[in-house]
Design a binder for this molecule. Structure first.
Ligand code: PMP
Length: 304
């Protein structure tokens, strides 16, 4: 990647510093935008960059736009094409985080549904160290936003003020991140990732009606546990105190990949070390996303 990567903005590939929108847009005023976060992984041996589950991400972006009632919808296929073109023009040869955003442009009031703009940003992003060592999480006093207030299962920009407050609080209190409970007091998810616990050899994760984002990584993890590891997965309500009973726990998401949780609220999860099921899943996940094992489920899109 060059020091000054190109950004896709409203039909053009522009230099980083020229990727600007007006301060008075509903996107800035109200957070009237929806976005996706994708990762692409570089395979050195094959000299190839792979985008993980691109279609699923772009389909969710389409759904997010419809949910937020945008006047114009940028379709999955088009955003995918522009994303691949952006990656090629920037000549990435390392892990990349990709962020397509569709937003309400112009100078409209809250009821404005257009004009609609689009940008795609892609930046190098290696995995953080806690992916290997595990993280310490705090059950937040901030509640996960309810689907009665905001569409919780989509990536609406404004939703992320909820995530941000929980993250800021966790950092101020000395934790790596947060776990949010929903308005029924059930475990929902992290600020930008979903959550699994392991109890008696069974993987348990809050169901999609617990105000979680319908995570694409969560879906992949469920499939891998069932089909690759022959491990049962249960999607159901999870209480806070169940977090303390788990033998293992981990977060999953595009940015967080598979990140072990070794401590919740200052209590060790299991032995306090990264658990064997989490480690095995994580190893498999990294082999899969890097294209080191056969992509039998068609999860990877080649960039070059
Ligand atoms: N929950 C939230 C709130 C998120 O922002 C994310 C990241 N997109 C996730 C969960 C994980 O979703 P995915 O696996 O689709 O990246």
């Amino acid at each position: 990647m060059s020091a000054d990567p190109l950004v896709y903005l409203n039909g053009e590939f522009v230099p980083w510093d020229d990727a600007k929108i007006h301060v008075f847009t509903p996107a800035v005023k109200f957070g009237a935008g929806v976005f996706e976060g994708l990762r692409a992984y570089w395979n050195d041996e094959q000299e190839q960059l792979y985008v993980f589950r691109m279609t699923e991400h772009m389909d969710r972006l389409e759904y997010s736009q419809r949910c937020m009632r945008f006047a114009e919808i940028f379709e999955s296929g088009h955003v995918s094409e522009m994303t691949l073109e952006l990656l090629r023009r920037n000549s990435f040869r390392a892990g990349v985080h990709i962020r397509p955003t569709v937003f309400v442009d112009g100078i409209g009031n809250p009821e404005a549904t257009g004009p609609i703009g689009i940008y795609i940003v892609a930046v190098s992003r290696p995995s953080p160290a806690i992916v290997k060592t595990g993280c310490r999480a705090q059950v937040s006093s901030w509640q996960r936003l309810s689907d009665r207030a905001m569409p919780a299962r989509i990536k609406a920009n404004a939703n992320y003020n909820n995530s941000r407050l929980a993250s800021v609080q966790a950092a101020a209190d000395g934790y790596d991140t947060a776990i949010l409970l929903n308005d029924r007091g059930m475990v929902a998810e992290g600020p930008g990732m979903c959550l699994f616990i392991i109890r008696d050899g069974v993987a348990i994760t809050p169901s999609v009606s617990n105000d979680i984002l319908e995570s694409i990584t969560r879906d992949a993890v469920i499939t891998l546990f069932r089909e690759q590891f022959d491990i049962a997965v249960v999607e159901r309500d999870v209480n806070r105190s169940e977090l303390y009973a788990a033998s293992e726990a981990f977060f999953c998401g595009t940015a967080w990949e598979v990140t072990p949780i070794i401590d919740v609220d200052g209590l060790k999860v299991g032995s306090g070390e990264v658990g064997p099921m989490t480690r095995a899943l994580q190893d498999h996940y990294f082999d899969l996303v890097h294209g080191r094992i056969g992509d039998t489920r068609g999860c990877l899109t080649q960039v070059y």
